[in-house]
Structures are given as C-alpha cells and as structure tokens.
Design a protein around this ligand. Structure first.
Ligand SMILES: NC(=O)C1=CN([C@@H]2O[C@H](COP(=O)(O)OP(=O)(O)OC[C@H]3O[C@@H](n4cnc5c(N)ncnc54)[C@H](O)[C@@H]3O)[C@@H](O)[C@H]2O)[C@@H](O)CC1
Ligand SMILES: [K+]
Length: 510
C-alpha cells in the first residue's frame, strides 16, 4: 500500500503488461478510468439537475498522454457530455494506439478547436498534454494553453501527471518551465513520488491511482512509500499501570545560545507532550532558569550536563560558538540516540572533524535538515536538493549511516538502508518559525522511549503533520498557526494512535 515508483519502473511494467494485451488496451483502460472520475467531478460541480452541465475541455498532447486524453474525450462524448478538444498533433507518426484513440474521438460528437474558446465556462478541464514522456520545458502554443488553464477557476483533472511536472522529483521540468496546476490527478499503473513532494503536491491536487489491471508482479518491490501509520503503528504500545517516569527515557535539548532560548524550549515542550519521562533544556549560554508555562522542564548548563542514558536533541538555537562545537563533538562521540537539527547540522556541514565523528558514531543518529541545511551537508545549492529531494535525503542517510528527515512540502524520510518515504500529512501552516524545533523534540522523545530510528522518524513526521492538519480543521491555521500550539495537538494524535492498538501493554524495564 502506498508504493511509489519511478518513471523507469513504470515504463518497464507498462512494456511487460502491453506484451500480453491487445494493442491499445492500456490506453483504453486509462481512458475509461479517467472518464469515470471526470463524470464524478462534473456531477459534483453541475449542482442542481435543472442547470445544464457546462462543457468539458480536453487537452490532448502529441504523445501517448494525448492518446489517453482522446480516449477520455471519446468516452465523455459517448456519455452525452459536451466535449471540446484541443489537440496538439505530433510532427512524427503517432503510436498506433494513439492514432486509434484519435479516430475514436473524431468519430464521436466531440468538437475539435485550434485554441481555447474565450469566455467559455467549463465544468472541467482534462489535462492530457504531456505525461511521463516530457523531456524539456513546455514552450510555444502548449505553454500558452497551460497559462490559460492555470488562470481558470474550474476543476482540472490531470492524466497520469500534471503536464510539465517531473513525476520522479516533483520539480517543474526544464529551465523557466511551466506545469499545469490540477485539482485532481489520476495516475496510471503505479503512484509516483513527484506527485507528493516539492511542488508536486501543489500541482497534482488530489491523487487517484488507476492500476489499469497491471499485475503487481510486473512492478518491482517498492523502495519508496507514502508515509502511513501502517508502516509504524506497531511501535505504539499502551503504557503499563506499573510504569513510572523513569520508564520513558530522558531527553536533553542542547541549544539556546544567547538570545535564542525559545527554540530549545519549543523542542523540549514537544518532547514532554509526546511522553518522554524527564526533559532537560541544556543551555549553551545562560538563559532562563525555568519555563513558567511548562515548569516540568528542567534547565541545566549544557557544558556540565551528564548525558549518559540521555537522548540528545542538539541544535535548536545552538549558535556556532566554540562552546557549542565542543558540546556537539561530545554528543557525537556518545552512544545514546542523537537528533541533529538546525545549527548542529550547520556545524557538522562546516567541520570535517564533526563529519568524521558523525559518520563513525555507533548510536542512532537522526538528522532533520531543511533544504538549505541539507544543501550545506552535501556541498550543493538548495535548488539542487529541491531538484531531487529523494536523492538528496538518501545521499545524506547513506553518507552518515543516519535516519534523515528532509523537511518541506512532502517531507522525505530516508533510512540508512536506502528505504524512503514521502509524508502526505501537514499543510502550509507548518511553514512558520519553531515548527522544526517541535519536530526535533518529538523525534528525540520517541527515541528516548526506545523506539527504533526508522519508526521514530516515520511516526514523528506523520504525527507532526497530522497535528497541524487537525489544528487547521479547527480553524487554527494554516494562516497564523504557531509552533507552540503543536505539542498539545501532537499529544492527542499520539494517544489516539495508542488507543487504536491492541490493548497489550509493555511492562516497564525496571
Ligand atoms: N503506451 C501505452 O500504452 C500507455 C501510455 N500511457 C500514457 O502515455 C504517457 C507517456 O507517453 P509518451 O511516452 O508518448 O510521452 P508523453 O505523451 O508524456 O509526451 C511525449 C510527447 O511529447 C513530445 N515532447 C516531449 N517534450 C516536449 C516538449 N517540451 N514540447 C513539445 N513536445 C514535447 C514528444 O516528442 C512526444 O511526442 C504516460 O504518461 C501515460 O499518460 C498510459 O496510458 C499507459 C498506457
Ligand atoms: K498530463
């Protein structure tokens, strides 16, 4: 479930499936599945039965994605829907199945036009300009069409992938490229990573999968999945009545250089609300003596903190002082689970010595970079990281034998063994100050409670996004959502997850 496949993997499966099928079968199946969804969407926007449904605009490009669109147009026309087609014909001969689809569309009641008729109000636009075969920026007449469609207010159903979007990476293809902004995407044979990360979420809208009857056996075992509780839910365990605070681990958030006390406090509150036994704020420079809002937190001087048996979250507001570097080096040399965020990542990126210590450590390391921090770790630009987020996260995970959470829309979670996930929860409300500190604190808390690195990384990212989604559903965002609201919302998500597990507690380890 939730498996994501690269374009190369989809192409292989498509070829293998087509070898056993009559010519054009897959395209016809794609056309039928998309037409069914289009009819649902038109029905939903038509409103009362007395209002005559508006026409549907179908955009058909020069390749097989255009063939899919022509099949959709033929099916919609057959269902009695008023269909207009803009067809960008190929200079080269079309594939036989695409030629067949064009003949079908021409034989029906759909009308063909050279340009989008101005002032028409559409019930739906079906985008079949380009699919996984687009090799360069969309230019010329096709670009004009995409610009016009993106200015429309009606729903847009993209076939396979919004035209112009890279299905592997979620980047818009080509320099100065453009891509369709769809409200819905029906993707064929297997779901694709680019629909769920970077600009993909904004371009694809709601994603549906049509397998086209292609057998699972024709697809390889997926190494990338959409993040989902089914991947980690067994890690949620009800607490035993005989448990005590020593049963749930200690977390120390190391950070809070002069003038930056807020960041570690947010991380520490998140650790507390997600169930860590004892939570310390280990300050680099002298800061507040306690948190009046959360007096349960204990404040210590980072330089003198004993860290044996303590999970460390290093980085929030840590600064780059010599003191910070010394304390980070000590944390890297320890064996306790370690979360590295923010300034700690920048310090590692700037220091070959810290890099060697990180790569050599035996305990769990979990890194939570945003794209610029990831870029510094890899010695590239943030644009390069964003251009292939999966590859960047996997590269850092492999280099440091670490669990990596590459933040941003469609957060990537990469494991040291190459497995990866893309997170579907969360919203633009999380693009605000301090939410990363909360995520780092949550990761540290789960590790302190004995969670394996993989499960902690997957669950923390999922719950963090889910908590933000629930807050938005209650009207607390996305505009103006604050990081400080997240810990309590994460607590309710976490307890709900535990409630849903079979009621067998884990007895405390004395
Ligand atoms: N072959 C089949 O039986 C099936 C094909 N499928 C569809 O086929 C799509 C892939 O088809 P194709 O490989 O033909 O590729 P596309 O239809 O995605 O686009 C490639 C076409 O566009 C042209 N092109 C590429 N970049 C361009 C640019 N920047 N400006 C103008 N023209 C450009 C190419 O010369 C080619 O004609 C999938 O996304 C899917 O929608 C699916 O229906 C599954 C079955
Ligand atoms: K498309």
């Amino acid at each position: 479930m939730g498996a994501l496949f690269s374009v190369a993997e989809i192409r292989q499966a498509e070829q293998a499936a087509a070898a056993f099928l009559p010519q054009g079968s897959l395209m016809q199946r794609a056309g039928q599945a998309a037409a069914r969804l289009a009819i649902e969407l038109v029905g939903a926007t038509a409103g009362s039965a007395s209002v005559p449904p508006r026409p549907v605009l179908v955009l058909a490009g020069p390749g097989n994605n255009g063939g899919d669109a022509l099949e959709v147009a033929a099916n919609l026309a057959q269902a009695g829907i008023d269909v207009s087609i803009i067809h960008i014909a190929s200079a080269a001969p079309s594939a036989p199945e695409t030629a067949q689809a064009l003949a079908r569309a021409r034989a029906g009641t759909a009308s063909f036009a050279d340009a989008i008729p101005p002032d028409e109000k559409w019930a739906l636009v079906v985008d079949g300009l380009f699919g996984i075969g687009l090799a360069r920026s969309i230019v010329g007449a096709a670009r004009t069409i995409v610009e016009e469609v993106n200015a429309m207010e009606c729903p847009v159903l993209a076939l396979d992938v919004p035209s112009g979007l890279d299905a592997d990476t979620g980047a818009v293809i080509g320099p100065d490229g453009i891509a369709v902004v769809a409200s819905h995407t029906i993707t064929f044979i297997g779901d694709k990573p680019g629909l769920h990360t970077f600009t993909g979420r904004d371009h694809a809208g709601q994603v549906a999968l049509a397998r086209l009857g292609v057998d699972d056996a024709l697809l390889p075992a997926a190494s990338v999945h959409l993040n989902d509780p089914s991947l980690f839910e067994f890690a949620f365990v009800p607490r035993a009545h005989s448990s005590h605070k020593g049963s749930f681990g200690d977390v120390a958030v190391v950070g809070g250089a002069h003038g930056m006390s807020g960041a570690p406090i947010l991380a520490a509150r998140a650790a507390l609300y997600s169930g860590a036994g004892r939570v310390f704020v280990a300050a680099i420079d002298q800061g507040p003596a306690y948190d009046p809002v959360q007096p349960e937190l204990m404040f210590r001087d980072a330089a003198s903190l004993g860290t044996a048996g303590t999970t460390i979250v290093a980085g929030p507001g840590m600064g780059d002082s010599a003191n910070a570097i010394r304390i980070l080096a000590k944390a890297l040399d320890g064996e306790e689970p370690l979360v590295l965020d923010a300034d700690a990542l920048n310090l590692v990126a700037a220091s070959p010595d810290l890099q060697v210590r990180l790569a050599a450590r035996s305990g769990i390391a979990l890194l939570t970079p945003h794209p610029l921090e990831a870029a510094r770790l890899l010695g590239v630009t943030a644009a390069v990281v964003q251009g292939d987020r999966l590859a960047a996260a996997r590269e850092i995970a492999a280099r440091y034998d670490a669990y990596v959470i590459l933040k941003g829309s469609g957060t990537i979670i990469a494991m040291p063994d190459g497995e990866a996930a893309i997170n579907p929860t969360g919203n633009p409300g999380l693009a605000s100050a301090g939410t990363g500190d909360v995520l780092a604190g949550l990761c540290g808390s789960l590790l302190a409670q004995g969670w394996p690195g993989r499960d902690a990384a997957l669950a923390a990212v999922w719950m963090h996004g889910e908590a933000a989604d629930r807050l938005v559903a209650q009207g607390a965002g996305p505009i103006g959502l604050t990081a400080g609201e997240l810990p309590a919302a994460i607590r309710s998500v976490l307890n709900r997850m535990v409630e849903q597990r079979p009621r067998r507690c884990a007895l405390p380890q004395s």
